[in-house]
Structures are given as C-alpha cells and as structure tokens.
Design a protein around this ligand. Structure first.
Ligand SMILES: Cc1cc2nc3c(=O)[nH]c(=O)nc-3n(C[C@H](O)[C@H](O)[C@H](O)COP(=O)(O)O)c2cc1C
Length: 187
C-alpha cells in the first residue's frame, strides 16, 4: 500500500513539514515507503483559469500528480492555516486536480493535520480543506491532528507523547489505519 503525503509548505523549517514527518514515523509499520509530494509543484503551477485550461489543458505537473494520487491507497494532507483558510497555492492545485477527475479521491482514506504557533493549531485551515477533499470522494478521518502552540519539531514530538493530547492523536491514527484496511474497490 502506498501513502501519498503532502505538507502544504516548502518553507525551510516548516512546522507542517515537520508534523508530516512525525505522523509518517507513527504510520511507518503500515506505510514504510510513503510517496512524499514536493510542495514546490503546487507553488510553480499557474493559477487556474478556465481560459488557460481551454487553451492549454491541465498542466503536466498536475496530471502527473493526479496519477500519483490515483496510485495511492490513502493520503496524508498537512496544511498551514492562512487567514482561516488553506494556502492559495494548495487550493489552486486541488482545483486543477479536480479537472483531471472529480472522483480522484473516491474510497481513499484521508488524514488531515496541521500545525501552527498559534494556540488553535491550524484548525480553521484544516476545516476549510475538508469540503474540497470530501467533494472529490475522500474518506476523511473525523478526528484531525491539530497541533497548536508549537514552534519546533521537538515541540511537535513532545505533543505526541503528552497524555493530554495523545488520546485524540491516537484516535485519529487508529481510525485512519482502520479505513486503510477497507477494500479499495467497491464490493
Ligand atoms: C498569509 C498568511 C496567513 C496566515 N494566517 C494565519 C491564520 O489565519 N491563523 C494562524 O494560526 N496562523 C496564520 N499564519 C501563520 C502560519 O500558520 C505560520 O506561518 C505557519 O508556521 C506556516 O506553516 P509552515 O511553518 O508549515 O510554513 C499565516 C501566515 C501567513 C503567511
């Protein structure tokens, strides 16, 4: 089984890239070789416009990414919160991907996570991501891994062992693992 993992930031020292790695370590037994998406793909993709699509079609970068998504059993999406939403480049990529297939995520479990220095931990950005993922058929885990009030990977790792935070994190991970055991094709 392949897990496609994406953190919607290519910034050096990205908290969300660090959170993605911490979650991947937790899931290493099920997904030992995750397919990590280089977020630069999103940042270099032109802004969606119906006119551009009409003339040039879907950019090759997004067509290739759509193929990787199609091959993945499940997805881990880790997003920062920008102005209570997701980064524009992330939404832009999702818009392009939806032009390849509106059922791109059908029957694929999706674990959503986010990290922020702010106390609420990217929660509103993660909430904003859910509807688009679900519209494309993704089976979103009800629990999301929201890590707030952190400024380093060490602080994120500490949260994963914090008795106050661990139950919700463990519930998200175990629900995701459970969804990944369901048949990938309709019965
Ligand atoms: C344009 C912009 C908008 C932001 N809006 C929010 C916000 O609404 N809520 C929040 O908690 N943090 C906000 N932030 C702070 C980011 O969450 C913070 O920079 C975070 O570390 C970015 O993720 P990264 O570390 O993975 O790059 C914003 C940052 C930027 C650049």
């Amino acid at each position: 089984m392949t897990l496609l993992a994406l953190a919607a930031s290519s910034r050096d020292g990205s908290l969300n890239a660090a959170l993605m790695e911490v979650i991947l370590a937790e899931l290493g037994d099920v997904f030992p070789r995750p397919d990590r998406v280089d977020y630069a793909i999103f940042e270099e993709t032109p802004q969606y416009s119906a006119r551009l699509e009409q003339h040039s079609g879907v950019p090759e970068t997004m067509q290739q990414l759509a193929r990787r998504v199609a091959e993945a059993r499940a997805l881990l999406l880790v997003t920062p919160e920008y102005n209570h939403g997701i980064p524009g480049s992330f939404k832009n990529g999702i818009d392009w991907l939806s032009r390849v297939s509106v059922t791109l995520l059908a029957r694929k479990p999706v674990l959503i996570a986010g990290a922020s220095a702010a106390p609420v931990g990217a929660w509103r950005g993660m909430r904003a991501l859910r509807p688009s993922v679900e519209l494309l058929g993704g089976l979103t885990v009800p629990y999301m891994i929201s890590i707030g009030g952190v400024t380093s990977r060490a602080a994120i790792e500490e949260r994963f062992t914090d008795p106050a935070a661990r139950p919700r994190i463990a519930a998200a991970l175990s629900t995701f693992r459970h969804l990944c055991t369901l048949p990938a094709e309709p019965g």
